[in-house]
Design a binder for this molecule. Structure first.
Ligand code: UDP
Ligand code: MG
Length: 315
């Protein structure tokens, strides 16, 4: 029989939290008829994580363990898990360090059963240091301003989604993945669930600062064409400045002021042609952006449902 809910957990060098994690997962209780499957993904760990996973998978058939060939990063590890779940009704994603309480599985699932397609966690409070908190705060707001989809503030990858959403995201071929953005992008009916993000149960964060910045770049570049369009605007700005400067100089001249000859023309020409070049770059950028959109090959639209011949069909 197929499990009802698959819980995907990416793990990278998590030997110290592993026993607690498995304890918490095993202790989960669900309503009658709802069964769980756990899909653990080893993202190329170099500690005992993989051997612990192997032992567990051999003992308990509810656990599916996937071992990646090397460390690919959190987003790839989660994607690997999402691509390897059974034909369950819903898929939940949690962090291995128990910052996202797996016990919310029933609350999330009841929202799914109510008809939502995505239930994502919204962090009420972060128990991290001030710098990280500020960086996250700033990033989510920047992303919201720049992005073409309204990625909810302060939500991470912690979520549950229907099989349909899981499969759509899995089938999106983009290489640099920003899952929380893709999850928003698909649309459907989404529900934000407030929760308190715990401290890491044990061990150190596995995201390096560099990896976090890369994730932030992926978020912005995958979901925004604003950086590219800024170039063209800068170009126009530059041209306006050069013309303004020309007008200023001419007026001064007519008013009888001494104007250094040669210098003025030079400044005017430099600023004007910088502007022209920037606009040209922007034009090329616009085409590159269109190529980028095309190669990402996201579906042009997703259908939620359709009524045909008097009958409703789910997309
Ligand atoms: N993780 C992973 N691959 C990596 C880095 C992290 O699979 O290259 C996993 C990690 O084991 C954990 C989750 O991703 O289960 C979140 O990582 P972490 O707690 O370090 O991130 P943070 O909570 O600091 O955002
Ligand atoms: Mg963590």
């Amino acid at each position: 029989m197929q499990p009802t809910i698959s819980i995907v957990v990416p793990l990278y060098n998590e030997e110290s939290v592993f026993p607690t994690l498995v304890g918490r997962l095993n202790a989960l209780t669900t309503s009658p008829g709802v069964t769980l499957e756990f899909v653990l993904v080893d993202d190329g760990s170099r500690d005992a994580t993989s051997s612990l996973m192997r032992d567990l998978a051999e003992k308990d058939s509810r656990y599916t363990c996937i071992f990646l060939s090397r460390n690919y990063g959190h987003q790839a590890a989660v994607s690997a898990g999402m691509a390897n779940v059974s034909a369950s009704e819903a898929v939940m994603i949690i962090d291995g360090d128990l910052q996202d309480p797996p016990e919310l599985v029933n609350d999330f699932f009841s929202k799914i059963r109510e008809g939502y397609d995505v239930v994502y966690g919204i962090r009420k409070k972060r128990k991290e240091n001030l710098f990280k908190r500020f960086a996250y705060w700033f990033f989510y707001r920047l992303l919201r301003t720049l992005s073409e989809v309204n990625i909810p503030l302060d939500s991470g990858d912690f979520c549950m989604m229907t099989r349909k959403v899981n499969d759509v995201i899995t089938s999106m071929p983009e290489q640099s993945r920003f899952l929380r953005g893709m999850r928003t992008w698909v649309g459907f009916r989404q529900y934000g669930f407030e929760y308190e993000r715990e401290k890491r149960a044990s061990g150190d964060p596995k995201y390096t600062l560099k990896a976090l910045f890369n994730l932030a770049y992926d978020g912005i570049y995958n979901f925004s064409y604003v950086p590219m369009r800024v170039i063209t605007r800068l170009g126009f700005f530059s041209i306006v400045v050069s013309l303004g400067y020309l007008a200023y100089v001419l007026i001064k001249r007519f008013m009888g002021y001494e104007i250094p000859s040669g210098f003025t023309a030079l400044i005017f020409a430099i600023v004007l042609f910088s502007g022209v070049q920037l606009i040209c770059l922007g034009i090329i950028g616009e085409y590159v952006g269109r190529i980028y959109r095309q190669v990402k090959n996201r579906p042009m639209f997703l259908i939620r449902n359709k009524i045909s011949g008097g009958k409703e069909q789910n997309g």
